[in-house]
Ligand binder design. Structure first.
Ligand SMILES: NC(=O)c1ccc[n+]([C@@H]2O[C@H](COP(=O)([O-])OP(=O)(O)OC[C@H]3O[C@@H](n4cnc5c(N)ncnc54)[C@H](OP(=O)(O)O)[C@@H]3O)[C@@H](O)[C@H]2O)c1
Length: 320
């Protein structure tokens, strides 16, 4: 009869044998790939230093977090939005927070992106300073809360102008410079709602769906020009987006929604975006499990998705 010690030893021998059989062939290549990936990301991060990065909607929320992420790598940052004093605040924060980073002071460009005829003139100011734009992050946007039936069409147009046409117009102005310099990367901040539409967000979801289509087309057409396009679909982020959202009659919604309040930290989302830029990903969805499931459901079982959305619309209408 084997004693207890011998049995334990036999048990460990089996585990060791199993580890040699399955563990080594999986763990060793995985570890090697992991270390290789870390080194690669590090090298790519270093290569980002000195790149000219234009960030729209940089006065708050995700845009502000992106400014910190890219500035900390030594990028030359251009901060764009309407509120000049907020951009100056972000600029001072960048200078004070990353004092050891060797780069140029960020440039503040206060402009309304929906003033499309003015964009060319404003972009040329940056070109005069830096002679190039390497990365454009189309992040500025507004949200919307309302019912299809009583939303003034002016609101639909305003949301579309802010979230879609201004991004397209700015990209079209910058693309010729990128083509000339034979490189460039445009990042479009869309939303999970660029992939699925939910009740009471018609104008917002439509504008983000339109973005997705534009980027997919541009990526394909410009694939031989070394221009990269990344579409980012975040779930809820803890920012002022719902506070600044427009309602059906064009007024400001002014409420911090619970979903937004409990969303991802902007810094986390900015870090994920940086990773996808380094990996030159074509599309990235930064969201929790259920929005990701909803996207799959909408693609594979649309009837089921529509049924769930009908139930949701009825419930939300009742709870109002
Ligand atoms: N928060 C979320 O849950 C969430 C989820 C998915 C996607 N997103 C997307 O993330 C992006 C950033 O939004 P956020 O969450 O950070 O909200 P936010 O804090 O309200 O930021 C929006 C930014 O856009 C700028 N902006 C709006 N209209 C503009 C215009 N006409 N011209 C120039 N700048 C304009 C605002 O600056 P000024 O007011 O100074 O102009 C602000 O800096 C948006 O595209 C949004 O759709 C957000």
């Amino acid at each position: 009869m084997k004693n207890e010690k011998e049995e334990t030893l036999a048990g460990w021998k089996i585990i060791w044998w199993l580890f040699k059989l399955f563990g080594f062939p999986i763990t060793i290549p995985w570890l090697m790939y992991h270390f290789y990936d870390i080194m690669l990301q590090k090298r790519k991060k270093t290569a980002l230093g000195n790149k000219v990065v234009m960030i729209t909607g940089a006065s708050s929320g995700l845009g502000e977090a992106l400014a910190h992420t890219f500035y900390s790598l030594g990028c030359k940052i251009v901060l764009i939005s309407r509120r000049k004093e907020e951009l100056e605040r972000v600029k001072n924060d960048l200078l004070n927070t990353h004092q050891t980073v060797p780069t140029y002071p960020p440039i503040v460009l206060s402009l309304d992106l929906t003033d499309i005829n003015n964009l060319k003139n404003e972009v040329s100011k940056i070109i005069m300073i830096y002679d190039r734009i390497d990365i454009l992050i189309n992040n500025a946007g507004i949200s919307y809360r309302g019912e299809v039936i009583d939303t003034n069409v002016d609101v639909d147009i305003k949301v579309m102008l802010s979230n879609y046409f201004s991004q397209v117009a700015l990209s079209k102005i910058i693309l010729p410079y990128m083509i000339e310099q034979k490189s460039g990367h445009i990042i479009g901040i869309s939303s999970v709602q660029g992939r699925i539409a939910i009740p009471f967000r018609s104008a917002y979801a439509a504008s983000k769906h339109a973005l997705q289509a534009w980027y997919d087309t541009a990526r394909a057409e410009l694939c031989d020009k070394n221009i990269k396009f990344t579409v980012v679909n975040p779930g809820y982020i803890k920012t002022s987006l719902s506070l600044n959202a427009l309602t059906g009659n064009g007024q400001v919604y002014g409420i911090m929604d619970k979903t937004t309040e409990s969303g991802f930290q902007p810094k986390y989302v900015a870090e994920c975006i940086l990773k996808s830029v380094l990996k030159q990903e074509k599309e990235v969805t930064i969201a929790s499990f259920s929005p990701k499931c909803a996207i799959i459901l909408r693609t594979l079982f649309p009837s089921l998705y529509f049924w769930i959305m009908q139930k949701r619309a009825r419930k939300l209408a009742r709870d109002k």
